[in-house]
Ligand binder design. Structure first.
Ligand code: ATR
Length: 264
């Protein structure tokens, strides 16, 4: 019987996951299909019951369910538990297990360009995505400062992971090695910080924007214009998808085919 996987989100139709995962299944000749599960909040509970009973072998979980999904699971691995968010579910004979592949995906994407350990890293934003990334950075012994529009939220996250915190306009006073943008502002070609910052930023600064649509956000464009090294969000998206594939199938994800699709 064909195994079913899918993206659980609301809305879900914009997701690139079906393209990547179906290509990977095909490449490795696995009898599986990856679908869209666009489930409104009122139907989530019934849907999760369906997942246990039908041959739905795994799910990617996206907004708005990464946190609220935890209560439907039987087991949650330690990373996802510490972050408080799940982006991957494996259904093993009706036992639902939760994982978070965002953390490692973010760190690996950065480490393609620069080591993280011991670096001073400024994280812009203090939402769910920032939490997964800050968790990974502190595990790597980076020195992290969280800057957010709402300072209280930055403070709460900073206290959970023993980091510094502040407001977005304090960026210019900090000597950062790496800047990570985690807010959703770049989706509409706005920039969450004054792009003048890049004119006086340290020359060795590496700039990572986790937004992948568009790949070249205004922040990335300004950083490139200033001659800085950048990491675009498609690298992180690719890596979190590869890790999901590996959790579900216990096989190595076909990096090159998935990477090529991300470039289209
Ligand atoms: P996600 O799970 O994708 O991180 P989230 O938890 O809703 O989403 O967090 C969104 C982040 O983007 C927050 O840090 C938010 O700042 P606030 O805590 O002040 O709300 C930030 N954000 C959203 N819109 C913003 C804007 N126009 N300017 C600055 N920051 C913004």
């Amino acid at each position: 019987m064909t195994d079913i996987y899918g993206i659980l989100a609301y809305p879900a139709s914009h997701s690139l996951s079906p393209l990547l995962q179906n290509a990977a299944f095909e490449m490795l000749d696995i009898d599986a299909k990856y679908d869209f599960f666009e489930i409104p909040p009122a139907e989530l509970s019934a849907f999760m019951q369906r997942v246990r009973n039908e041959p739905i072998r795994g799910l990617s979980v996206s907004l708005p369910y990464k946190e609220s999904i935890l209560k439907y699971l039987d087991e949650v691995d330690s990373t996802a538990r510490d972050i408080g968010a799940v982006n991957t579910i494996l259904n093993e004979n009706g036992i639902l297990k939760g994982y978070n592949t965002d953390t490692d995906a973010a760190i690996e994407s950065l480490e393609e360009i620069t080591p993280v350990s011991g670096k001073h890293i400024v994280v812009l934003g203090a939402g769910g995505a920032a939490r997964a990334i800050v968790y990974g950075l502190t595990k790597k012994h980076a020195k992290v400062t969280i800057l957010n529009r709402t300072q209280e939220k930055a403070q709460k996250l900073a206290e959970a992971f023993f980091c510094d915190f502040g407001r977005l306009d304090q960026l210019k006073n900090l000597k950062a090695d790496i800047l990570i943008q985690t807010t959703n502002v770049g989706m509409n070609f706005d920039c969450v910080i004054d792009s003048f910052y890049f004119k006086q930023a340290p020359r060795h600064l590496v700039v990572f924007d986790i937004i992948y649509a568009p790949r070249e956000t205004k922040l990335i464009q300004e950083a490139v214009k200033a001659g800085l090294k950048v990491v675009t969000g498609d690298r992180m998206f690719l890596r979190q998808a590869m890790r999901q594939f590996e959790i579900w199938t216990k096989q190595k994800a076909p990096f090159h085919i998935m990477e090529r699709l991300m470039r289209i």
